[in-house]
Design a binder for this molecule. Structure first.
Ligand code: SF4
Length: 333
């Protein structure tokens, strides 16, 4: 039996594309790529929307955790970034190469994606699609069932494995044709629209750019930290992060490593602060004044702020007034 691999994000387009091929009696196995930048990923459970989509389609799913390999692409993408820090073209090439490897391993014949011609500015233009095919060495092997009739026939279409007449000619950014098709196919409940990617988020992109600039050899922990709290660049080698609520305070505490400083107010309620990098006297003072700014106290009162490196091994104390709003904004990432 002919087998195909579907790049299944769990978004509606990839579900529809997979269904169209399943309806032609072709066996489909799904692959899903997980990185620290995915937003639809409950901790430790993989991509929930990819998993539930595969379950509903009744097909097998293979998940690849690729965060570390992916860092190189985010730092230095050959084809540059989209409107934020999303290296979509390089990202697609990377994922197709991985999927192609798996396709060969399980003896599948071609790949399917839910891409729609003209839907996304960077990776779903006709010329971009060709670049992806060429660079991933998959000429003629990437079938896009939703737009296939607007594109060159692929090898499975030419060989009659897939009936081109039963594929579609959807293009552009409107979601109406897909929603109508979902209705016709009885597909409801598609929770995470395609594109649950932090690299397209302007706020996260700023933090990521700052990290790449100041710590190009960043770790997974550094990236995880970018998702939590308020971030401040105190000096080129000094960063300070403050929790916005109890949950973030706990998360920051759990992410702090042996080289980090932990800050907090001594006698009033206030946030946890994590200092990462090289701290001198001035940096301790700035960090403490940021803690004071977000603590429960009268506007002009000084408070005592404690900081320590190794929990339980003794802390230092510093008296701090709130940092001025102007200075705070100048430091904010
Ligand atoms: S939005 Fe994110 S996951 Fe999607 S192609 Fe772009 S970089 Fe890759």
């Amino acid at each position: 039996m002919v087998k195909a691999i579907s790049l299944l994000s769990g978004g509606l387009d990839s579900i529809l594309a997979t269904r169209l091929i399943l309806e032609q009696g072709i066996e489909v196995e799904a692959v899903n790529f997980l990185t620290v930048f995915c937003t639809c990923t409950p901790r430790g459970k993989g991509c929930s929307s990819g998993k539930s989509a595969a379950d509903k389609l009744g097909i097998k799913l293979k998940v690849f955790e690729v965060s570390k390999e992916y860092f190189g692409i985010v730092k230095n993408p050959r084809y540059g970034y989209g409107s934020n820090i999303n290296p979509c073209l390089d990202c697609r090439i990377f994922m197709f190469k991985k999927a192609a490897q798996y396709m060969r391993e399980i003896d599948a014949s071609f790949l399917i994606t839910g891409e729609v011609l003209g839907q996304r500015p960077m990776s779903q233009r006709r010329d971009a699609m060709r670049i992806v095919e060429r660079d991933s060495k998959l000429d003629g092997l990437i079938l896009r069932p939703l737009s296939a009739r607007l594109l060159e026939p692929t090898i499975p279409e030419k060989e009659g494995i897939v009936d081109r007449e039963r594929l579609l000619d959807i293009k552009g950014r409107s979601r109406k044709p897909q929603i109508e098709l979902a209705r016709q196919l009885g597909i409801g409940d598609y929770p995470c629209p395609a594109g649950g990617c932090l690299l397209t988020d302007p706020g996260f992109a700023n933090r990521m750019r700052d990290l790449i600039e100041h710590k190009p050899d960043f770790t997974m922990n550094d990236v995880r930290l970018l998702k939590v709290g308020r971030h401040f660049r105190v000096s080129p080698k000094t960063k300070f992060i403050v929790g916005r609520n109890k949950e973030e305070n706990e998360k920051l505490t759990s992410l702090a490593g042996g080289e980090d400083f932990r800050f907090g107010p001594a006698k009033v309620k206030g946030p946890v602060g994590i200092g990462r990098g090289n701290f001198n006297k001035e940096h301790f003072s700035i960090a403490s004044s940021i803690i004071a700014r977000y603590s429960d106290k009268d506007q002009d009162c000084e408070i005592e702020v404690l900081y320590e490196k190794i929990p339980g091994e003794g802390h230092n104390s510093i008296m701090a007034l709130s940092i001025t709003e102007e200075t705070l904004e100048a430091l904010r990432i």
